[in-house]
Ligand binder design. Structure first.
Ligand code: HEM
Length: 505
């Protein structure tokens, strides 16, 4: 029939640029506005790249579950290709290598068990931040949380993945350099490169991305080569202890990967696994795991500052569970349902990856429409999280919606989790390409938020963060463009101590 050959509805396109003229800097918001006009499934051409945008849970399910294998890949962009050594888990195609490395990452690095094994490393990092905040509180100084939170998540991933006491020294400022490189990579990934979208610009590099990409690639490669070579040396010296790991410490992911590189593994017989794959994986976890976790934490705290009653309720729960003689810790998580609900509510309104990006590997039908092979798919999780059809009072920050209602009613959100089973709430995506870091993020976020609320009151100081038009919220909640959704302005606050730092572990 005619409908079997139809593309989804689409706005008027211009020559060469296609629909780019319809997009503002916050692309998920532009897509949301277009969805109000063209419906929950529409078609765009970005330069010469065909795309579809989905903004309803039903169609999200149809594309990501029913047609999962059709939309299983991701688009290859010039910067991503180069900076991830064309071997990315996060951005690469789906196939035997992806299956192998994802399974390995989930089993050996990011499973609930592995994440628990590294709990003490994370506690050290939480306490390092809390001590800094306590110092600032003592001197009445402001602290820029937008700077500090990524340091924490970066350190956590570095220490879980690469270890911290394996003979590598930070005397040459390596941690700082690593953080700066990761920040630059994330920035480059989030910027729009004409060469990716307009076919005749492919070789022109009109915006000068090439040099930035090459410089950043060189800096990262130098760093990661040093880390891997030092570990290889240490392993040689230490051959008596299997894995060269000193026996008592928990094996970090780098040791596991080097074991496979040296001895092979039954499961990787079919795939090539080289030193380059190790480097790519390190890049993957730093870029996919650092900003996302820090941004979610920042939004959660900003929402609490804007909603003092929610903050007070969270604090009552924390004080009930941990009291005021010990710090709240990750293992308290299951006893903190209200704090957990705050995290879900934050991920609903501020998913740090606002759109799930995929690419079709074969032609398929969605609704009554035909989606050609090689079409980019954006599932707009940000828009779905704000749709009044699925959420009561969607713009209201109301964690209670995720707690069992006393007497029915509400939007039924109490039954929803964030693990990819419920298509109206997809902050971590779903299916075979679901975020493997979700266990880690869901361990860290409640514990860290809990500790920051338990230990401090928060005073907002910077003028451009504040509403001036009589809005009762204190902080503005605007977003900045990028691949993730950071806050437009840095979150700068003065912490006021309410917990004795002597009691930190
Ligand atoms: C609040 C924190 C985080 C959020 C909101 C988040 C969100 C996401 C989303 C939406 C995807 C795409 C899923 C899909 O296509 O279905 C993704 C993929 C991914 N994430 Fe996360 N993420 C977070 C933290 C982390 C952490 C801590 C790590 C690693 C340590 C990580 C590593 C990855 C990787 C490797 C992928 C690619 C998976 C694949 O393509 O198979 N993420 N994440």
């Amino acid at each position: 029939s005619k409908s079997q050959t139809l593309l989804p509805p689409s706005p008027f396109a211009l020559p060469i640029i296609g629909h780019f003229h319809l997009l503002g800097p916050l692309i998920h918001q532009s897509f949301y506005k277009l969805s109000l006009q063209f419906g929950p499934l529409f078609y765009l051409r970005l330069g010469s790249v065909p795309c579809i945008v989905i903004s309803s849970p039903d169609l999200a399910k149809e594309s990501l579950k029913t047609h999962e294998l059709s939309f299983i890949s991701r688009s290859q962009f010039i910067a991503i290709e180069r900076l991830t050594y064309s071997s990315s888990l996060a951005f690469g195609p789906y196939g035997p290598y992806h299956k192998f490395i994802k399974k390995l990452s989930l089993n050996e690095f990011l499973s609930s068990r592995s994440v628990s094994n590294f709990a003490s490393i994370r506690t050290q990092e939480y306490v390092r931040l809390l001590r800094l905040l306590a110092k600032k509180a003592e001197s009445g100084e402001a602290v820029n949380l937008t700077e500090e939170l990524p340091k924490l998540s970066n350190n956590v991933i570095a220490k879980m993945m690469l270890g911290n006491s394996k003979g590598s020294s930070n005397a040459d400022g390596r941690d700082e350099e690593a953080r700066l490189v990761v920040r630059e990579v994330t920035r480059i990934f989030g910027e729009f490169n004409l060469s990716d979208f307009v076919w005749f610009c492919k070789k022109l590099d009109l915006q000068g991305f090439g040099k930035r990409i090459e410089d950043t690639h060189r800096r990262f490669d130098t760093l990661v080569e040093k880390v891997i070579s030092e570990r290889e040396e240490l392993r040689k010296k230490n051959t008596k202890n299997e894995g060269g790991n000193g026996g008592e410490e928990v094996k970090d992911f780098l040791d596991i990967l080097l074991d496979i590189l040296e001895k092979g593994s039954a499961e990787c017989e079919e795939v090539e696994f080289t030193r380059v794959h190790i480097k790519a994986l390190i890049m993957d976890f730093f870029t996919a795991g650092t900003d996302t976790t820090a941004i979610s934490m920042e939004w959660a705290l900003a929402e609490l500052i804007n909603h003092p009653k929610v903050l007070e309720k969270a604090r009552e729960e924390i004080d009930r569970v941990a009291g005021n003689r010990r710090l709240v810790v990750e293992s308290d998580g299951p006893n903190l349902p209200y704090v957990q609900a705050i995290i879900k509510e934050t991920l609903r309104l501020h998913p740090s990856v606002p759109m799930i990006p995929r690419k079709s590997v074969q032609k398929c039908n969605i609704g009554n429409y035909v989606i050609p092979e090689n079409t980019m798919l954006f599932v707009n999780a940000w828009a779905i999280g704000r749709d009044p059809k699925y959420w009561e009072n969607p713009l209201h920050f109301y964690p209670e919606r995720f707690l069992a209602p006393l007497s029915g009613g509400g939007d039924g959100a109490s039954a929803l989790d964030v693990r990819g089973q419920h298509f109206q709430l997809l902050p971590f995506g779903t299916g075979r390409r679901i975020c493997p870091g979700l266990n880690l993020a869901l361990q860290m976020l409640p514990a860290l938020l809990g500790a920051m609320v338990q230990c401090f009151d928060w005073k907002v100081v910077v003028a451009n963060q504040k509403h001036t038009n009589g809005d009762e919220r204190v902080l503005e909640m605007d977003e900045r463009p990028g691949m993730t959704t950071p806050r437009a302005h840095d979150l700068i606050c003065i912490p006021v101590a309410r917990f004795d730092p002597e009691l930190y572990p």
